[in-house]
Write a protein that binds this ligand. Structure first.
Ligand code: DP6
Length: 320
């Protein structure tokens, strides 16, 4: 029982922040995201009765911190009486730094585990299992532009646009590769209980989702830019007004935002978004990519710039 999977992280344009059910890890709001093709997690999952416990290795280093979350996720796919597993994971971008490494990791994990047991489950079920490990991971089960909707007791994902239909580009300006100071799970919990803006964040999300869907349907870049930046800044306003405040930005993040605003004034098709970390993601049309990447790389505090096209759903194969 051994399989390999490769999955891509995703970044949300209309964000998930807050949970309606902490035990099941169900998000409080719907969300909309881009799957990033040039960033990936490769994962090998090997179940064997010869192992005496689950073991996890990330980028060649044994990891005991995440193993219980990984074990729980494997139980949800394979069952609690499964053999122990050896999990080897490799990631080509910084981990736990606001680049959604949990989204590619848990989607790769459920896909590999499912393949190892003979592909028992479909994409929706795997998305639910990946989502219970990390909410954003459910969206990495599909490629292109993806929507996550809450259903009564679960979630549902759907592709809004294929990679080919609207091949947007994403430039990631890395401003700090360190692990974030507070995990998104912990921070969301604090936001829900203490930010005075939390309820209006939840109540206004559906309006942003509709606007985002329409922009994508019409391939209206300006409309997508406006609602995405607005939604991102609303999520960060909730974070900032959490007690104690959750501020993931640094000076370079803000400098990048200003630079993007300047580029917009001169007619470049670009907008920013940011997640639970100080990295800036600039979304643009293919023809603007080189110029924007160059401009962002010149900003004080930007450590490096990564470029990505949109990516596809995870791939997997059994290892004999
Ligand atoms: C800020 O999926 O990391 O990236 O479900 O607690 O693991 P958990 O959270 P996670 O959420 C991160 C949320 C976000 C915005 C988004 O991706 O929608």
């Amino acid at each position: 029982m051994q399989a390999f999977a490769k999955a891509h992280p995703n970044i949300a344009l209309i964000k998930y922040w807050g949970k309606r059910d902490t035990a099941k890890n169900l998000p409080a709001v719907d969300s909309l995201s881009l799957t990033l093709g040039d960033l990936w997690t490769n994962m090998n999952v090997h179940f064997s009765s010869s192992y005496s416990r689950d073991q996890l290795e990330i980028n060649n280093i044994a990891d005991d911190q995440n193993i219980s979350r990984v074990s729980r996720c494997l139980d949800s796919i394979v069952g609690k009486s499964r053999p122990f597993a050896n999990i080897i994971s490799e990631c080509n971008f910084p981990i736990a730094a606001g680049l959604a490494s949990s989204s590619s990791s848990f989607s790769a994990l459920v896909v590999a585990a499912n393949n190892a047991i003979g592909n028992k489950y479909d994409t929706q079920l795997l998305a639910s299992q990946a989502g219970s490990a990390s909410g954003s991971a459910a969206r990495s089960m599909l490629g292109g532009i993806v929507e996550l909707n809450n259903t009564q007791n679960d979630i549902e994902i759907k592709q809004l646009s294929s990679v080919e239909r609207w091949p947007l580009k994403v430039i990631i300006a890395i401003t700090n590769k360190e692990k974030k100071s507070i995990s998104s799970s912990q921070a969301m919990k604090l936001s829900a209980s203490s930010s005075p803006f939390y309820s209006s964040w939840i109540n206004n999300q559906e309006a942003d989702m509709s606007e985002g869907r329409l922009a994508i349907k019409n391939k209206d870049f300006e409309r997508l830019a406006a609602v995405s930046e607005h939604n991102c800044l609303k999520m960060h306003s909730v974070m900032w007004t959490t007690r104690p405040s959750v501020i993931y930005w640094n000076e370079a993040s803000l400098n990048c935002m200003h630079a993007i605003r300047e580029m917009q004034k001169t007619g470049e098709a670009v907008f920013f978004t940011m997640d639970a970390g100080p990295q800036i993601k600039a979304v643009c049309l293919p023809e603007n990519e080189a110029k924007i990447a160059q401009r962002l790389s010149e900003i004080k505090g930007v450590v490096c710039v990564m470029k990505s096209k949109l990516g596809y759903a995870p791939i997997s194969r059994v290892i004999k």
